[in-house]
Design a protein around this ligand. Sequence first.
Ligand SMILES: C[S@@+](CC[C@H](N)C(=O)[O-])C[C@H]1O[C@@H](n2cnc3c(N)ncnc32)[C@H](O)[C@@H]1O
Length: 251
Amino acid sequence: MVRHDHERFAELTFDDFRRMATDDSLSPYEKVGFPDEYRAGLEEVIFDDIVGKLALDGGSGRLVVDIGPGCSQLPRMLSGLCARLDHRLVLVDSEEMLSQLPDERHVTKLAGRYPDVPELFVGRRGAVDALLAYSVLHYVFAEGNVWRFLDRSLELLAPGGSMLLGDIPNVSKRRRFFASEAGIAHHQRFTGEDRPPAVEWGAPEPGKIDDAVILGLLARSRAAGFDAYVVTQPEELPMATRREDILIRRP
Ligand SMILES: C[S@@+](CC[C@H](N)C(=O)[O-])C[C@H]1O[C@@H](n2cnc3c(N)ncnc32)[C@H](O)[C@@H]1O
Protein backbone atom coordinates (compact mmCIF):
# COMPACT_ATOMS: atom_id res chain seq x y z
CA MET A 1 0.00 0.00 0.00
CA VAL A 2 1.23 3.50 -0.89
CA ARG A 3 2.34 5.49 2.13
CA HIS A 4 1.22 9.12 1.97
CA ASP A 5 4.03 11.44 3.03
CA HIS A 6 2.26 12.82 6.09
CA GLU A 7 2.08 9.26 7.47
CA ARG A 8 5.84 9.52 8.07
CA PHE A 9 4.83 11.76 10.96
CA ALA A 10 1.65 9.91 11.94
CA GLU A 11 2.68 8.05 15.07
CA LEU A 12 4.54 10.62 17.08
CA THR A 13 4.51 10.86 20.87
CA PHE A 14 4.92 13.80 23.24
CA ASP A 15 8.52 12.68 23.79
CA ASP A 16 9.15 12.49 20.02
CA PHE A 17 7.99 16.10 19.74
CA ARG A 18 10.35 17.07 22.58
CA ARG A 19 13.28 15.64 20.66
CA MET A 20 12.16 17.11 17.33
CA ALA A 21 11.75 20.61 18.82
CA THR A 22 15.47 21.01 19.32
CA ASP A 23 16.60 19.13 16.19
CA ASP A 24 17.69 21.95 13.94
CA SER A 25 18.06 19.68 10.93
CA LEU A 26 14.23 19.87 10.80
CA SER A 27 12.21 22.76 9.38
CA PRO A 28 9.78 24.52 11.76
CA TYR A 29 6.94 22.54 10.14
CA GLU A 30 8.77 19.23 10.49
CA LYS A 31 9.45 20.00 14.16
CA VAL A 32 5.70 19.93 14.71
CA GLY A 33 5.18 16.81 12.61
CA PHE A 34 4.24 18.14 9.17
CA PRO A 35 6.06 17.79 5.86
CA ASP A 36 6.67 21.34 4.58
CA GLU A 37 4.13 20.99 1.75
CA TYR A 38 1.30 20.48 4.25
CA ARG A 39 1.96 23.77 6.05
CA ALA A 40 4.19 26.17 4.06
CA GLY A 41 1.99 29.03 2.79
CA LEU A 42 -1.07 27.56 4.50
CA GLU A 43 -0.67 28.67 8.11
CA GLU A 44 -2.35 32.03 7.36
CA VAL A 45 -5.42 30.10 6.15
CA ILE A 46 -5.34 27.95 9.28
CA PHE A 47 -4.88 30.98 11.50
CA ASP A 48 -7.78 32.90 9.94
CA ASP A 49 -9.94 29.82 10.38
CA ILE A 50 -8.98 29.53 14.07
CA VAL A 51 -9.59 33.24 14.68
CA GLY A 52 -13.03 32.99 13.10
CA LYS A 53 -14.09 29.81 14.87
CA LEU A 54 -12.94 31.06 18.28
CA ALA A 55 -14.05 34.68 17.59
CA LEU A 56 -10.61 35.76 18.82
CA ASP A 57 -10.75 39.19 17.22
CA GLY A 58 -13.92 40.28 19.02
CA GLY A 59 -13.29 42.31 22.16
CA SER A 60 -10.11 42.64 24.15
CA GLY A 61 -8.62 41.57 27.45
CA ARG A 62 -9.51 37.89 26.96
CA LEU A 63 -7.77 34.86 28.43
CA VAL A 64 -6.61 32.52 25.67
CA VAL A 65 -5.00 29.08 26.20
CA ASP A 66 -3.18 27.18 23.45
CA ILE A 67 -2.50 23.54 24.30
CA GLY A 68 0.29 22.09 22.18
CA PRO A 69 1.15 25.29 20.28
CA GLY A 70 4.24 23.75 18.67
CA CYS A 71 6.78 26.19 17.28
CA SER A 72 5.89 27.12 13.70
CA GLN A 73 4.26 30.42 12.64
CA LEU A 74 0.83 29.61 14.14
CA PRO A 75 1.64 30.37 17.81
CA ARG A 76 3.56 33.47 16.70
CA MET A 77 0.55 34.74 14.75
CA LEU A 78 -1.69 33.97 17.73
CA SER A 79 0.65 35.78 20.08
CA GLY A 80 0.72 38.81 17.76
CA LEU A 81 -3.07 38.99 17.70
CA CYS A 82 -3.23 38.61 21.50
CA ALA A 83 -0.69 41.43 21.94
CA ARG A 84 -2.72 43.73 19.65
CA LEU A 85 -6.00 43.02 21.45
CA ASP A 86 -4.59 42.94 24.94
CA HIS A 87 -5.47 39.27 25.41
CA ARG A 88 -3.38 37.17 27.79
CA LEU A 89 -2.03 34.00 26.22
CA VAL A 90 -1.07 30.79 28.05
CA LEU A 91 0.97 28.24 26.10
CA VAL A 92 1.16 24.63 27.32
CA ASP A 93 3.68 22.30 25.68
CA SER A 94 6.99 20.62 26.48
CA GLU A 95 9.83 22.77 27.78
CA GLU A 96 11.74 21.99 24.58
CA MET A 97 8.89 23.13 22.31
CA LEU A 98 8.18 26.27 24.36
CA SER A 99 11.87 27.20 24.29
CA GLN A 100 11.53 27.68 20.52
CA LEU A 101 9.02 30.49 21.03
CA PRO A 102 9.83 34.05 22.13
CA ASP A 103 9.27 35.17 25.74
CA GLU A 104 6.74 37.99 25.72
CA ARG A 105 5.04 39.96 28.47
CA HIS A 106 1.49 38.90 27.63
CA VAL A 107 2.48 35.23 27.30
CA THR A 108 2.72 32.65 30.10
CA LYS A 109 4.50 29.44 29.20
CA LEU A 110 3.59 26.35 31.21
CA ALA A 111 5.73 23.31 30.48
CA GLY A 112 4.17 19.88 30.80
CA ARG A 113 1.96 17.24 29.31
CA TYR A 114 -1.59 18.57 29.45
CA PRO A 115 -3.74 18.05 31.48
CA ASP A 116 -1.02 17.17 34.00
CA VAL A 117 -0.09 20.81 34.42
CA PRO A 118 -1.53 21.68 37.87
CA GLU A 119 -0.45 25.31 37.68
CA LEU A 120 -2.74 25.89 34.71
CA PHE A 121 -5.79 25.09 36.82
CA VAL A 122 -4.90 27.48 39.63
CA GLY A 123 -7.12 30.53 39.25
CA ARG A 124 -8.14 29.64 35.68
CA ARG A 125 -11.05 27.20 36.21
CA GLY A 126 -14.11 28.73 34.56
CA ALA A 127 -11.99 31.69 33.43
CA VAL A 128 -10.71 30.80 29.95
CA ASP A 129 -12.42 32.65 27.07
CA ALA A 130 -10.79 30.68 24.26
CA LEU A 131 -9.05 27.33 24.42
CA LEU A 132 -7.25 25.95 21.39
CA ALA A 133 -5.76 22.52 20.79
CA TYR A 134 -4.91 22.41 17.09
CA SER A 135 -3.67 19.13 15.66
CA VAL A 136 -3.12 17.72 19.15
CA LEU A 137 -6.10 15.52 20.06
CA HIS A 138 -5.03 12.49 18.00
CA TYR A 139 -1.73 12.32 19.86
CA VAL A 140 -3.57 12.45 23.18
CA PHE A 141 -5.97 9.76 21.93
CA ALA A 142 -3.08 7.46 21.03
CA GLU A 143 -1.01 7.88 24.18
CA GLY A 144 -3.14 9.57 26.85
CA ASN A 145 -6.77 9.78 27.88
CA VAL A 146 -8.93 11.82 25.55
CA TRP A 147 -11.88 11.85 27.98
CA ARG A 148 -9.76 13.32 30.76
CA PHE A 149 -8.39 15.83 28.25
CA LEU A 150 -11.96 16.87 27.41
CA ASP A 151 -13.26 16.96 30.99
CA ARG A 152 -10.37 19.07 32.28
CA SER A 153 -10.67 21.43 29.30
CA LEU A 154 -14.41 21.92 29.87
CA GLU A 155 -13.57 22.87 33.48
CA LEU A 156 -11.46 25.75 32.21
CA LEU A 157 -14.07 27.42 29.98
CA ALA A 158 -15.62 30.68 31.14
CA PRO A 159 -19.34 31.38 30.51
CA GLY A 160 -19.53 32.28 26.81
CA GLY A 161 -16.07 30.77 26.26
CA SER A 162 -15.17 28.54 23.30
CA MET A 163 -12.89 25.60 22.74
CA LEU A 164 -11.56 24.49 19.36
CA LEU A 165 -10.22 20.95 19.09
CA GLY A 166 -8.91 21.46 15.60
CA ASP A 167 -7.45 19.35 12.81
CA ILE A 168 -8.63 15.97 14.07
CA PRO A 169 -7.92 13.09 11.68
CA ASN A 170 -11.05 10.94 11.57
CA VAL A 171 -10.46 7.50 10.09
CA SER A 172 -14.20 7.13 9.27
CA LYS A 173 -14.14 10.38 7.26
CA ARG A 174 -10.95 9.18 5.59
CA ARG A 175 -12.68 5.95 4.51
CA ARG A 176 -15.68 7.85 3.17
CA PHE A 177 -13.35 10.09 1.16
CA PHE A 178 -11.24 7.32 -0.33
CA ALA A 179 -14.38 5.35 -1.27
CA SER A 180 -15.71 8.38 -3.18
CA GLU A 181 -14.98 9.35 -6.80
CA ALA A 182 -13.09 12.42 -5.60
CA GLY A 183 -11.01 10.30 -3.21
CA ILE A 184 -10.19 7.71 -5.85
CA ALA A 185 -9.12 10.45 -8.29
CA HIS A 186 -7.01 12.08 -5.54
CA HIS A 187 -5.29 8.78 -4.77
CA GLN A 188 -4.64 8.10 -8.47
CA ARG A 189 -3.11 11.56 -8.91
CA PHE A 190 -1.01 11.09 -5.79
CA THR A 191 0.32 7.62 -6.68
CA GLY A 192 0.37 8.00 -10.47
CA GLU A 193 -1.32 4.57 -10.65
CA ASP A 194 -4.76 3.45 -11.87
CA ARG A 195 -5.54 1.27 -8.87
CA PRO A 196 -8.11 2.67 -6.44
CA PRO A 197 -7.13 3.05 -2.77
CA ALA A 198 -7.78 0.10 -0.46
CA VAL A 199 -10.69 0.97 1.83
CA GLU A 200 -11.45 -1.51 4.60
CA TRP A 201 -14.83 -0.87 6.17
CA GLY A 202 -15.23 -2.24 9.67
CA ALA A 203 -11.53 -3.02 10.19
CA PRO A 204 -10.25 -2.24 13.71
CA GLU A 205 -8.08 0.91 13.77
CA PRO A 206 -6.20 0.81 17.10
CA GLY A 207 -5.07 4.23 18.28
CA LYS A 208 -7.07 6.11 15.62
CA ILE A 209 -10.00 8.47 16.12
CA ASP A 210 -13.19 7.50 14.28
CA ASP A 211 -16.80 8.75 14.13
CA ALA A 212 -17.60 6.98 17.39
CA VAL A 213 -14.95 8.98 19.24
CA ILE A 214 -15.92 12.30 17.60
CA LEU A 215 -19.61 11.78 18.32
CA GLY A 216 -18.77 10.56 21.83
CA LEU A 217 -16.83 13.76 22.52
CA LEU A 218 -19.82 15.81 21.33
CA ALA A 219 -22.27 13.79 23.42
CA ARG A 220 -20.11 14.03 26.55
CA SER A 221 -19.67 17.81 26.15
CA ARG A 222 -23.39 18.33 25.61
CA ALA A 223 -24.26 16.15 28.61
CA ALA A 224 -21.93 18.34 30.69
CA GLY A 225 -23.90 21.45 29.70
CA PHE A 226 -21.91 22.71 26.71
CA ASP A 227 -22.93 23.22 23.09
CA ALA A 228 -20.71 21.13 20.83
CA TYR A 229 -20.43 20.88 17.05
CA VAL A 230 -18.39 19.19 14.34
CA VAL A 231 -17.17 21.84 11.90
CA THR A 232 -15.43 21.54 8.55
CA GLN A 233 -12.00 22.86 7.64
CA PRO A 234 -11.34 25.33 4.80
CA GLU A 235 -11.25 23.34 1.55
CA GLU A 236 -7.77 24.57 0.64
CA LEU A 237 -6.21 22.72 3.58
CA PRO A 238 -4.62 19.56 2.17
CA MET A 239 -6.22 17.18 4.67
CA ALA A 240 -9.66 18.80 4.86
CA THR A 241 -11.14 15.71 3.21
CA ARG A 242 -9.97 13.53 6.09
CA ARG A 243 -9.89 15.87 9.08
CA GLU A 244 -12.43 17.96 10.95
CA ASP A 245 -12.73 20.23 13.97
CA ILE A 246 -14.81 20.14 17.13
CA LEU A 247 -16.10 23.47 18.43
CA ILE A 248 -17.45 23.62 21.98
CA ARG A 249 -19.14 26.62 23.59
CA ARG A 250 -20.14 27.19 27.19
CA PRO A 251 -23.57 28.88 27.05
C1 LIG B 1 1.23 18.28 15.49
S1 LIG B 1 1.89 19.42 16.65
C2 LIG B 1 0.77 20.77 16.45
C3 LIG B 1 1.38 22.09 16.85
C4 LIG B 1 0.49 23.30 16.59
N1 LIG B 1 -0.72 23.26 17.37
C5 LIG B 1 0.19 23.41 15.13
O1 LIG B 1 -0.92 23.03 14.71
O2 LIG B 1 1.08 23.84 14.40
C6 LIG B 1 1.41 18.73 18.20
C7 LIG B 1 1.92 19.54 19.39
O3 LIG B 1 1.23 19.13 20.54
C8 LIG B 1 2.15 18.94 21.59
N2 LIG B 1 1.52 17.99 22.51
C9 LIG B 1 1.18 16.70 22.28
N3 LIG B 1 0.56 16.18 23.35
C10 LIG B 1 0.50 17.18 24.28
C11 LIG B 1 0.00 17.26 25.59
N4 LIG B 1 -0.59 16.22 26.19
N5 LIG B 1 0.12 18.44 26.27
C12 LIG B 1 0.71 19.52 25.67
N6 LIG B 1 1.21 19.48 24.41
C13 LIG B 1 1.10 18.33 23.74
C14 LIG B 1 3.41 18.50 20.91
O4 LIG B 1 4.56 18.72 21.73
C15 LIG B 1 3.39 19.38 19.68
O5 LIG B 1 3.96 20.63 19.92
